[in-house]
Design a protein around this ligand. Sequence first.
Ligand SMILES: [Zn+2]
Length: 478
Amino acid sequence: MLNAQQPTPLLLIIASFDPNNNGINDYDPEHPELLYDPASPIYGEQWAISKPEDYYETFFAPNGHSLQDFYKEMTMGKFYFYPLHIDHPIYEGQPEGVIPITVPLPHPSALKHLGDYTNETAAEKCIHDIVAACDPYIDFAKYDRNGDGKITPDEVAIVIFNAGYDRATTKADESFSKVVCENGPIPSHRFMVHGTSQYNDIEMRGGVHIVKVSNVGEYNSNGPITIGTPAHELAHNEGAQDMYSRYTGPNDWIAGWPMPLNFSLMSSGNHLGEGRTPAYIDPYQRHYLGWADEIVAEEDGEYTLHSTLSGKYKTLKIPSPNPQEYFIAEIRLKEGFERNLTPGDSKGGVVFWHIDEKINEEWFTKAQCVSHNRPNGQRHDLGNAILVRNMFEEINDENGNFLHYGPCFKQKGFCEDPFFYKSDDEKTSHFDSSLYCGAASLSYSLNNFPEGVDKNWKLTVDVLDEPGETMKVRIKRG
Ligand SMILES: [Zn+2]
């Protein structure tokens, strides 16, 4: 686990691919096929569309919209990225923190078809050579704070913007090809990359090794890549895990599997507002990464929650009779970067989560704690489950009276008002854990009841305030 507790320099590398190494863009609109023919000397040639100046504003400017501002807001100033100093700039006036590099290789999605390369080794080779090409311009050794010979992502963070489009955020041109990552939307830039964050071993001057790098495409359908996907990949570098079902094949897919979606940067929250207004990370990881403190509600009674923009945000951990299971309460308001957290104009409020550390111990670092694949032949409950209003399918008795929720969301995407808060309608203020079940165990309130604990045990919480920067809650267990 890294120590992502102080501001960290970030290097953005814009990488162009020039396989015949002649230093010029050989794309010929009359013969675009030369870029796609593995026998061609310019197979996989792809030059960056963007310039360093395009990224400085989006990533570093203190304008309320930048990646730096996003991390400052989410961590309340504890952890954010500032531009790495370019010791030996390539050109006069080059902005800090961004460097354009050209390597004599095809784009990784082309390289994988050559020689003995695979998808993995082609990406590894490109990332290696792109980062190594930065060596003359930056004195990396001075950033090895702990002197272990490695430059880890809490010492210098690195994101490569591969020339061309980012697969996760670009509408592919399927009339050109159905092959994923080989159907970018314009003829000069057909090769795309999937955003990743991966290990490598790149030796730099002074004998230091760069060991982990994030990798995305420079463009999405709407223009230069927005901050959401890089923010997600950079969080991976600091130890965050995915909160979506990345290993679930189409045959195992269940519509409505209740993942955190909008409510985590590591689920689908990175795409909100077309990636311009990503959601914060979920409270479990916010505490895990050291970006928020927690209060533990040992006793029943009243507790005060604080919003993120108040600067006093903490998660409220609510233990249960099972030492491995607990609940988290937090305030999420639709303001700041989270203004697009849900559609419509609800204001936000309190959100509850159910954490199962037994699941997380086994699946969190394997990026499957909320997945619905069948790792050992069967599905498991979510280790980090969001318990919201208006989202779950409702189970009624024969007279049509509401009993409790089923395991899955009844709709795609997030509803307008999944929050808890005081209003004229008492249903918006009252949380009752016995309405929610484990998605695999179908067990209500807790996934596992220790011996001697009544199966009717539940947590109820009344939210005593309207949405706002401080909200009181009254907790009762039993
Ligand atoms: Zn991810």
